[in-house]
Design a protein around this ligand. Structure first.
Ligand code: SF4
Length: 215
């Protein structure tokens, strides 16, 4: 069952109130650092990514710094993340383009960002929102995929369709934070295994209230 617009907005409003401190979870100082961490974060825990930032950004401070990095040295600095070699190549390539084509400044549009190696729509939305305060869309990560289905905000598992469903059913003022609110809810109550529906603030709206297994 899919919630109607009124129910969807009510669910998001309640979750926003429940998790007032939900926010982006990677530690960054500059847009280029955010871009690098966002590439590293794919299929890697936030704690692991954040643990690398100090050493990494002491060594490479700018897009040019990353563009000129020795690939083997960069791989050794990020070896704790999954697919370190592939990610190192994406970082060097993306930063070379940023350095040469954009004068070292991270571009500010979805199309420009998604044309860079290692940057998909989710990451592009994440960079625009958190580095520049530009809200063009909703970052759809694994928590958003999982919870949108559970809560009845979308009937799809396709990130692009989920983003469209959410954007048409949730007020724009919630877009910038919805992924982080859902992550908090998924970590604390609507867990991947068995959710704690009895303690859920939206159990009177959610069509999966009482679900006893993954789903
Ligand atoms: S009622 Fe249960 S399944 Fe629905 S959002 Fe709450 S915890 Fe998740």
């Amino acid at each position: 069952m899919i919630l109607d617009r009124k129910q969807a907005e009510e669910a998001i409003r309640i979750l926003e109130r429940r998790y007032p401190n939900a926010s982006y979870y990677l530690d960054f100082d500059t847009p280029i650092h955010l871009l690098v961490l966002a590439i590293l974060s794919a299929q890697t825990r936030d704690e692991v990514v954040n643990s690398l930032s100090k050493r990494l950004f002491n060594r490479y401070k700018s897009a040019k710094g990353f563009a000129d990095a020795d690939e083997e040295e960069l791989i050794s600095l990020i070896k704790k993340v999954s697919f370190a070699k592939k990610k190192a190549r994406s970082i060097i390539s993306a930063c070379s383009i940023i350095s040469e084509k954009y004068g070292g400044t991270v571009p500010k549009t979805i199309d420009e960002l998604t044309s860079l190696p290692g940057i998909g729509k989710k990451t592009a939305n994440t960079i625009l929102i958190n580095a520049f305060g530009i809200v063009e869309g909703i970052p759809v990560d694994t928590w958003v995929i999982k919870l949108s289905s559970r809560i009845g905000l979308s009937g799809s598992r396709d990130p692009e369709i989920i983003e469209k469903d959410l954007e048409s059913n949730v007020e724009r003022k919630y877009w910038h934070n919805i992924a982080y609110v859902m992550k908090e809810h998924g970590k604390t109550i609507c867990k991947s295994g068995v959710p704690i529906c009895s303690k859920c603030p939206i159990n009177n709206i959610c069509p999966k209230n009482g679900v006893s297994k993954r789903g």
